[in-house]
Design a protein around this ligand. Structure first.
Ligand SMILES: NC(=O)c1ccc[n+]([C@@H]2O[C@H](COP(=O)([O-])OP(=O)(O)OC[C@H]3O[C@@H](n4cnc5c(N)ncnc54)[C@H](OP(=O)(O)O)[C@@H]3O)[C@@H](O)[C@H]2O)c1
Length: 342
Protein backbone atom coordinates (compact mmCIF):
# COMPACT_ATOMS: atom_id res chain seq x y z
CA UNK A 1 0.00 0.00 0.00
CA UNK A 2 1.56 3.37 -1.06
CA UNK A 3 2.67 5.56 1.80
CA UNK A 4 0.45 8.62 2.05
CA UNK A 5 1.64 11.66 3.97
CA UNK A 6 -0.83 12.76 6.55
CA UNK A 7 -1.69 16.52 6.52
CA UNK A 8 -0.46 17.14 10.09
CA UNK A 9 3.00 15.69 9.19
CA UNK A 10 3.28 18.17 6.33
CA UNK A 11 2.32 20.98 8.70
CA UNK A 12 4.94 19.77 11.22
CA UNK A 13 7.62 19.70 8.53
CA UNK A 14 6.76 23.21 7.38
CA UNK A 15 6.86 24.43 10.96
CA UNK A 16 10.27 22.82 11.53
CA UNK A 17 11.63 24.40 8.34
CA UNK A 18 10.31 27.79 9.40
CA UNK A 19 11.86 27.36 12.85
CA UNK A 20 15.26 26.41 11.36
CA UNK A 21 15.14 29.39 9.00
CA UNK A 22 14.22 31.68 11.90
CA UNK A 23 17.06 30.36 14.07
CA UNK A 24 19.56 30.78 11.21
CA UNK A 25 18.46 34.37 10.72
CA UNK A 26 18.65 35.01 14.47
CA UNK A 27 22.10 33.43 14.52
CA UNK A 28 23.28 35.90 11.90
CA UNK A 29 22.12 38.84 13.97
CA UNK A 30 22.26 37.66 17.51
CA UNK A 31 25.96 37.12 18.23
CA UNK A 32 27.58 39.14 21.02
CA UNK A 33 26.76 42.73 20.26
CA UNK A 34 29.62 44.29 18.28
CA UNK A 35 30.28 47.89 19.25
CA UNK A 36 30.08 50.23 16.28
CA UNK A 37 33.49 50.84 14.72
CA UNK A 38 35.04 54.08 15.86
CA UNK A 39 35.99 56.73 13.33
CA UNK A 40 36.80 60.42 13.35
CA UNK A 41 33.09 60.93 12.54
CA UNK A 42 31.90 58.93 15.59
CA UNK A 43 29.38 60.65 17.82
CA UNK A 44 28.20 60.23 21.40
CA UNK A 45 24.49 60.41 22.17
CA UNK A 46 23.54 63.03 24.75
CA UNK A 47 20.24 63.10 26.63
CA UNK A 48 17.47 64.93 24.71
CA UNK A 49 18.54 63.12 21.53
CA UNK A 50 21.54 65.25 20.61
CA UNK A 51 24.58 63.65 18.92
CA UNK A 52 27.99 65.14 19.79
CA UNK A 53 31.13 64.38 17.73
CA UNK A 54 33.38 62.24 19.92
CA UNK A 55 36.71 63.85 19.04
CA UNK A 56 37.00 67.53 20.01
CA UNK A 57 39.75 70.05 19.28
CA UNK A 58 40.54 72.41 22.18
CA UNK A 59 40.89 76.08 21.32
CA UNK A 60 42.24 77.31 24.60
CA UNK A 61 44.40 76.53 27.54
CA UNK A 62 48.14 76.66 27.28
CA UNK A 63 48.02 77.12 23.53
CA UNK A 64 46.49 80.56 23.56
CA UNK A 65 49.73 82.52 23.14
CA UNK A 66 50.76 80.64 20.00
CA UNK A 67 47.38 81.27 18.42
CA UNK A 68 47.56 85.02 18.09
CA UNK A 69 47.77 86.58 14.63
CA UNK A 70 45.49 84.14 12.82
CA UNK A 71 47.13 81.04 14.27
CA UNK A 72 43.94 79.85 15.94
CA UNK A 73 41.90 80.22 12.73
CA UNK A 74 44.52 78.33 10.72
CA UNK A 75 44.68 75.53 13.31
CA UNK A 76 40.90 75.14 13.49
CA UNK A 77 40.60 75.07 9.69
CA UNK A 78 43.36 72.48 9.56
CA UNK A 79 41.50 70.39 12.15
CA UNK A 80 38.36 70.55 10.01
CA UNK A 81 40.35 69.47 6.96
CA UNK A 82 41.27 66.22 8.75
CA UNK A 83 37.69 65.50 9.80
CA UNK A 84 37.30 67.23 13.17
CA UNK A 85 33.81 68.72 13.57
CA UNK A 86 33.92 69.67 17.26
CA UNK A 87 35.63 72.86 18.49
CA UNK A 88 35.91 73.66 22.20
CA UNK A 89 36.25 77.29 23.18
CA UNK A 90 35.33 79.42 26.21
CA UNK A 91 34.74 83.04 27.09
CA UNK A 92 38.04 83.12 29.01
CA UNK A 93 40.10 81.64 26.17
CA UNK A 94 39.74 84.64 23.90
CA UNK A 95 39.19 82.35 20.89
CA UNK A 96 35.42 82.60 20.47
CA UNK A 97 35.91 85.09 17.59
CA UNK A 98 38.30 82.70 15.81
CA UNK A 99 36.01 79.71 16.28
CA UNK A 100 32.99 81.66 15.06
CA UNK A 101 34.87 82.88 11.98
CA UNK A 102 35.96 79.34 11.13
CA UNK A 103 32.51 77.84 11.62
CA UNK A 104 30.90 80.54 9.48
CA UNK A 105 33.41 80.27 6.64
CA UNK A 106 34.76 76.71 6.54
CA UNK A 107 32.15 75.39 4.13
CA UNK A 108 30.92 72.62 6.44
CA UNK A 109 27.17 73.07 7.09
CA UNK A 110 26.51 74.62 10.49
CA UNK A 111 24.50 71.63 11.68
CA UNK A 112 27.44 69.32 10.96
CA UNK A 113 29.72 71.38 13.22
CA UNK A 114 29.78 71.29 17.01
CA UNK A 115 30.70 74.41 18.98
CA UNK A 116 31.17 74.40 22.73
CA UNK A 117 31.69 77.53 24.78
CA UNK A 118 31.80 78.14 28.51
CA UNK A 119 30.47 80.80 30.84
CA UNK A 120 33.15 82.84 32.54
CA UNK A 121 32.06 82.03 36.07
CA UNK A 122 35.73 81.47 36.69
CA UNK A 123 36.49 85.09 37.47
CA UNK A 124 32.94 86.28 38.13
CA UNK A 125 31.82 83.81 40.76
CA UNK A 126 28.14 84.67 41.03
CA UNK A 127 25.96 85.66 38.11
CA UNK A 128 22.24 86.25 38.20
CA UNK A 129 19.84 84.51 35.82
CA UNK A 130 19.67 87.58 33.57
CA UNK A 131 23.41 88.20 33.65
CA UNK A 132 24.02 84.61 32.57
CA UNK A 133 21.63 84.86 29.61
CA UNK A 134 23.16 88.20 28.66
CA UNK A 135 26.65 86.73 28.82
CA UNK A 136 25.71 83.86 26.50
CA UNK A 137 24.07 86.34 24.14
CA UNK A 138 27.25 88.43 24.11
CA UNK A 139 29.27 85.35 23.15
CA UNK A 140 26.86 84.60 20.32
CA UNK A 141 26.33 88.08 18.90
CA UNK A 142 29.64 89.83 19.60
CA UNK A 143 32.18 87.01 19.34
CA UNK A 144 30.99 83.82 17.69
CA UNK A 145 28.57 85.43 15.24
CA UNK A 146 26.30 82.39 15.51
CA UNK A 147 22.63 81.99 16.39
CA UNK A 148 23.37 79.22 18.91
CA UNK A 149 26.15 77.10 20.37
CA UNK A 150 25.82 73.33 20.58
CA UNK A 151 27.00 73.09 24.17
CA UNK A 152 27.35 75.73 26.86
CA UNK A 153 29.12 74.86 30.10
CA UNK A 154 29.53 76.46 33.49
CA UNK A 155 33.33 76.69 33.31
CA UNK A 156 34.16 76.45 36.99
CA UNK A 157 32.53 74.80 39.97
CA UNK A 158 30.75 77.11 42.37
CA UNK A 159 32.98 79.69 43.92
CA UNK A 160 29.77 81.65 44.40
CA UNK A 161 26.07 81.05 43.90
CA UNK A 162 25.71 78.74 40.89
CA UNK A 163 22.03 77.84 40.81
CA UNK A 164 20.81 80.98 39.05
CA UNK A 165 23.33 80.38 36.27
CA UNK A 166 22.29 76.75 35.98
CA UNK A 167 18.62 77.71 35.74
CA UNK A 168 19.56 80.24 33.07
CA UNK A 169 21.40 77.62 31.02
CA UNK A 170 18.38 75.32 31.09
CA UNK A 171 16.17 78.24 30.01
CA UNK A 172 18.64 79.20 27.24
CA UNK A 173 18.37 75.64 25.93
CA UNK A 174 14.65 74.96 26.38
CA UNK A 175 12.97 78.32 25.88
CA UNK A 176 15.43 80.43 23.91
CA UNK A 177 17.23 77.86 21.74
CA UNK A 178 20.58 79.56 22.36
CA UNK A 179 22.30 76.24 23.03
CA UNK A 180 21.43 72.64 22.14
CA UNK A 181 22.95 71.12 25.28
CA UNK A 182 24.18 72.26 28.69
CA UNK A 183 26.82 71.06 31.08
CA UNK A 184 29.42 71.84 33.71
CA UNK A 185 33.18 71.69 33.97
CA UNK A 186 35.48 70.84 36.85
CA UNK A 187 32.66 69.47 39.00
CA UNK A 188 32.91 66.32 41.08
CA UNK A 189 30.32 63.70 42.05
CA UNK A 190 29.42 65.51 45.27
CA UNK A 191 28.39 68.62 43.39
CA UNK A 192 26.43 66.67 40.78
CA UNK A 193 24.62 64.81 43.55
CA UNK A 194 23.88 68.09 45.31
CA UNK A 195 22.36 69.46 42.11
CA UNK A 196 20.21 66.38 41.74
CA UNK A 197 19.17 66.41 45.44
CA UNK A 198 18.18 70.05 45.05
CA UNK A 199 15.77 68.95 42.30
CA UNK A 200 17.57 70.23 39.22
CA UNK A 201 18.19 68.42 35.96
CA UNK A 202 21.69 66.97 35.78
CA UNK A 203 24.05 68.24 33.07
CA UNK A 204 24.14 66.50 29.71
CA UNK A 205 27.95 66.84 29.65
CA UNK A 206 30.68 67.09 32.29
CA UNK A 207 34.11 68.30 31.16
CA UNK A 208 37.00 67.44 33.47
CA UNK A 209 40.66 66.49 33.27
CA UNK A 210 40.92 62.76 32.50
CA UNK A 211 43.92 60.65 31.46
CA UNK A 212 45.43 57.41 32.75
CA UNK A 213 47.15 59.21 35.63
CA UNK A 214 43.90 60.89 36.62
CA UNK A 215 41.37 58.29 35.45
CA UNK A 216 38.44 59.71 37.44
CA UNK A 217 36.86 56.26 37.68
CA UNK A 218 34.21 57.24 40.23
CA UNK A 219 33.15 60.36 38.36
CA UNK A 220 33.11 58.64 34.96
CA UNK A 221 31.06 55.72 36.31
CA UNK A 222 28.63 58.10 38.00
CA UNK A 223 28.22 60.15 34.82
CA UNK A 224 27.70 57.17 32.56
CA UNK A 225 25.19 55.67 35.00
CA UNK A 226 23.24 58.95 34.95
CA UNK A 227 23.32 59.49 31.18
CA UNK A 228 25.96 62.23 31.34
CA UNK A 229 28.66 62.32 28.66
CA UNK A 230 32.21 62.88 29.90
CA UNK A 231 34.65 65.11 28.05
CA UNK A 232 38.35 64.75 28.89
CA UNK A 233 40.48 67.85 28.76
CA UNK A 234 44.23 67.49 29.06
CA UNK A 235 43.74 63.99 27.60
CA UNK A 236 47.44 63.43 27.05
CA UNK A 237 48.27 63.89 30.72
CA UNK A 238 51.64 65.25 31.87
CA UNK A 239 54.19 65.04 29.04
CA UNK A 240 56.78 63.55 31.43
CA UNK A 241 54.61 60.40 31.50
CA UNK A 242 54.87 59.83 27.75
CA UNK A 243 58.17 58.04 28.37
CA UNK A 244 56.61 55.57 30.81
CA UNK A 245 58.02 52.18 29.80
CA UNK A 246 54.64 50.44 30.25
CA UNK A 247 53.04 52.89 27.83
CA UNK A 248 55.91 52.33 25.39
CA UNK A 249 55.33 48.56 25.40
CA UNK A 250 51.65 48.95 24.50
CA UNK A 251 52.37 51.62 21.88
CA UNK A 252 55.05 49.45 20.22
CA UNK A 253 52.78 46.41 20.23
CA UNK A 254 50.27 48.36 18.11
CA UNK A 255 52.87 50.27 16.06
CA UNK A 256 51.48 53.54 17.43
CA UNK A 257 52.78 56.52 19.42
CA UNK A 258 52.21 56.86 23.19
CA UNK A 259 49.96 59.89 22.60
CA UNK A 260 47.77 57.85 20.24
CA UNK A 261 47.39 55.09 22.85
CA UNK A 262 46.33 57.69 25.43
CA UNK A 263 43.64 59.13 23.15
CA UNK A 264 42.43 55.70 22.04
CA UNK A 265 42.10 54.61 25.68
CA UNK A 266 39.65 57.47 26.23
CA UNK A 267 37.65 56.70 23.06
CA UNK A 268 37.31 53.07 24.10
CA UNK A 269 36.06 54.19 27.54
CA UNK A 270 33.28 56.10 25.77
CA UNK A 271 34.85 59.43 26.74
CA UNK A 272 35.18 62.48 24.47
CA UNK A 273 38.82 63.64 24.26
CA UNK A 274 39.28 67.40 23.91
CA UNK A 275 42.87 67.49 22.69
CA UNK A 276 44.98 70.53 21.95
CA UNK A 277 47.79 71.14 19.48
CA UNK A 278 49.08 73.94 17.30
CA UNK A 279 51.30 71.57 15.34
CA UNK A 280 49.93 70.24 12.01
CA UNK A 281 52.08 67.13 12.47
CA UNK A 282 50.67 66.41 15.93
CA UNK A 283 47.14 67.11 14.70
CA UNK A 284 47.45 64.42 12.06
CA UNK A 285 48.85 61.99 14.58
CA UNK A 286 46.11 62.82 17.12
CA UNK A 287 43.34 61.88 14.67
CA UNK A 288 45.11 58.76 13.39
CA UNK A 289 43.45 56.53 15.97
CA UNK A 290 41.13 54.33 14.00
CA UNK A 291 43.30 51.58 12.54
CA UNK A 292 44.01 49.83 15.83
CA UNK A 293 42.18 48.71 18.93
CA UNK A 294 43.49 48.36 22.47
CA UNK A 295 42.88 44.87 23.80
CA UNK A 296 40.93 44.20 26.98
CA UNK A 297 44.30 43.52 28.67
CA UNK A 298 45.72 46.84 27.44
CA UNK A 299 42.65 48.65 28.75
CA UNK A 300 42.89 46.92 32.14
CA UNK A 301 46.63 47.60 32.39
CA UNK A 302 46.34 51.32 31.53
CA UNK A 303 43.38 51.72 33.84
CA UNK A 304 45.56 50.66 36.78
CA UNK A 305 48.12 53.45 36.38
CA UNK A 306 45.91 56.06 37.95
CA UNK A 307 47.65 57.83 40.75
CA UNK A 308 44.82 60.35 40.88
CA UNK A 309 47.37 63.07 40.22
CA UNK A 310 46.27 66.16 38.38
CA UNK A 311 48.48 67.76 35.76
CA UNK A 312 46.84 71.04 36.75
CA UNK A 313 47.06 73.25 39.73
CA UNK A 314 43.41 74.21 40.01
CA UNK A 315 42.59 74.52 43.68
CA UNK A 316 39.04 73.42 43.10
CA UNK A 317 40.02 70.35 41.20
CA UNK A 318 37.19 67.93 40.61
CA UNK A 319 38.77 65.12 42.59
CA UNK A 320 38.95 67.38 45.63
CA UNK A 321 36.53 65.02 47.36
CA UNK A 322 37.04 61.30 47.13
CA UNK A 323 33.90 59.69 45.79
CA UNK A 324 33.48 57.73 49.02
CA UNK A 325 33.02 61.03 50.81
CA UNK A 326 30.03 62.08 48.73
CA UNK A 327 27.30 60.65 50.95
CA UNK A 328 28.85 61.88 54.18
CA UNK A 329 29.65 65.21 52.58
CA UNK A 330 26.00 65.70 51.59
CA UNK A 331 24.85 64.52 55.00
CA UNK A 332 27.20 66.83 56.87
CA UNK A 333 26.87 69.90 54.70
CA UNK A 334 23.63 69.49 52.79
CA UNK A 335 23.43 70.56 49.15
CA UNK A 336 23.69 74.28 49.58
CA UNK A 337 27.43 74.77 50.22
CA UNK A 338 28.29 72.42 47.37
CA UNK A 339 26.28 74.60 45.03
CA UNK A 340 27.45 77.86 46.51
CA UNK A 341 24.00 78.71 47.83
CA UNK A 342 24.39 81.10 50.75
N1 LIG B 1 37.32 73.05 31.16
C1 LIG B 1 38.51 73.38 31.59
O1 LIG B 1 38.69 73.86 32.71
C2 LIG B 1 39.69 73.14 30.69
C3 LIG B 1 40.99 73.21 31.20
C4 LIG B 1 42.04 72.97 30.34
C5 LIG B 1 41.81 72.68 28.99
N2 LIG B 1 40.55 72.65 28.51
C6 LIG B 1 40.27 72.37 27.07
O2 LIG B 1 40.97 71.22 26.68
C7 LIG B 1 41.80 71.54 25.55
C8 LIG B 1 43.00 70.65 25.54
O3 LIG B 1 43.76 70.81 26.73
P1 LIG B 1 45.31 70.61 26.68
O4 LIG B 1 45.86 71.49 25.60
O5 LIG B 1 45.87 70.73 28.00
O6 LIG B 1 45.36 69.07 26.25
P2 LIG B 1 46.41 68.06 25.72
O7 LIG B 1 46.01 67.69 24.33
O8 LIG B 1 46.48 66.96 26.73
O9 LIG B 1 47.83 68.75 25.71
C9 LIG B 1 48.25 69.62 24.72
C10 LIG B 1 49.77 69.56 24.67
O10 LIG B 1 50.16 68.31 24.11
C11 LIG B 1 50.98 68.54 22.97
N3 LIG B 1 50.62 67.55 21.95
C12 LIG B 1 49.42 67.34 21.37
N4 LIG B 1 49.48 66.29 20.52
C13 LIG B 1 50.75 65.83 20.58
C14 LIG B 1 51.44 64.77 19.93
N5 LIG B 1 50.82 63.97 19.06
N6 LIG B 1 52.75 64.60 20.24
C15 LIG B 1 53.38 65.39 21.14
N7 LIG B 1 52.78 66.41 21.77
C16 LIG B 1 51.47 66.63 21.50
C17 LIG B 1 50.70 69.93 22.51
O11 LIG B 1 51.86 70.51 21.96
P3 LIG B 1 51.90 70.95 20.40
O12 LIG B 1 51.07 72.18 20.31
O13 LIG B 1 53.34 71.13 20.14
O14 LIG B 1 51.32 69.80 19.62
C18 LIG B 1 50.35 70.65 23.82
O15 LIG B 1 51.51 71.09 24.47
C19 LIG B 1 42.05 73.04 25.69
O16 LIG B 1 42.42 73.63 24.46
C20 LIG B 1 40.69 73.50 26.16
O17 LIG B 1 39.81 73.60 25.05
C21 LIG B 1 39.49 72.85 29.33
Amino acid sequence: MPHRRRPHCIACGALCLAAILFLCLMGLNAGPETPPLLSVASTIALRHGVQMPQMGMGMGGRLKEEWHGGGAVAAANDAISVGIRHLDTAQVYGTEDDVGQVVRTCGVPRDAMWVTSKLNNWHVCTMSFNETIASLNTSLTQHLGLTHVDLFLLHAPPCGHVIESWRALLHARDALGLTRAVGVSNWNVARLEALSHAGYELPQVVQVEVHPWLPQHGLVDYCHAHGIAVEAYGPLGPSARWHDARLGVIADAHGKLPQQVLLRWLLQRGIVPIFGTHSPKHLRSDVDLYDFELTADDMREITQWGANKSAREYVFHSSQWADDDVASCLERLGCAPLLGVP
